[in-house]
Ligand binder design. Structure first.
Ligand code: SF4
Ligand code: SF4
Length: 102
C-alpha cells in the first residue's frame, strides 16, 4: 500500500520503504532527487526530493524503484515543469557526486 497522494506535490517518497539504492536518482533527468546522509536510516542514507519544482513528471523514478518507495502525481493532477538546461546540469552534478545532494 502506498502513501496517500499529498496535495500540490509532484513527487513524494515513503521513507519506510526506501533502501537507498540510488536507482531513482540515476534515472531522474532533472536533478529532482538525491541521497542525504541519515544516521537513522538502515543504510546510512535516505532519498530526498531536493528540487520538486524541477520535476517533469516523467515517472522514471517510480517505474524503476524496486521497493515502490517513490510516487509521482498524475499529469491530470499536477502541472509539472519543463526540463531546463539548469535542471539537466544539476542532475549530472548529483550523479557525479555519488548520487548525494549537493
Ligand atoms: S518524475 Fe521524472 S523528473 Fe520527477 S522526480 Fe521522477 S524521474 Fe525525476
Ligand atoms: S529507487 Fe526506491 S529504494 Fe532506491 S533510492 Fe530511490 S526511492 Fe529509495
Amino acid at each position: 500500500m502506498s502513501l496517500m497522494a499529498p496535495k500540490n506535490t509532484p513527487v513524494w517518497v515513503d521513507e519506510q520503504r526506501c533502501k537507498a539504492c540510488n536507482i531513482c536518482v540515476s534515472y531522474c533527468p532533472a536533478g529532482v532527487l538525491a541521497m542525504r546522509d541519515d544516521v537513522h536510516a538502515v543504510l546510512g542514507q535516505m532519498i530526498e526530493v531536493v528540487h520538486p519544482e524541477s520535476c517533469i513528471g516523467c515517472s522514471e523514478c517510480e517505474a524503476h524503484c524496486p521497493d515502490f518507495a517513490i510516487m509521482v502525481a498524475k499529469k491530470s493532477e499536477f502541472q509539472f515543469a519543463k526540463l531546463t538546461p539548469q535542471a539537466k546540469d544539476r542532475a549530472k552534478l548529483i550523479k557525479d557526486n555519488n548520487y548525494k545532494k549537493l
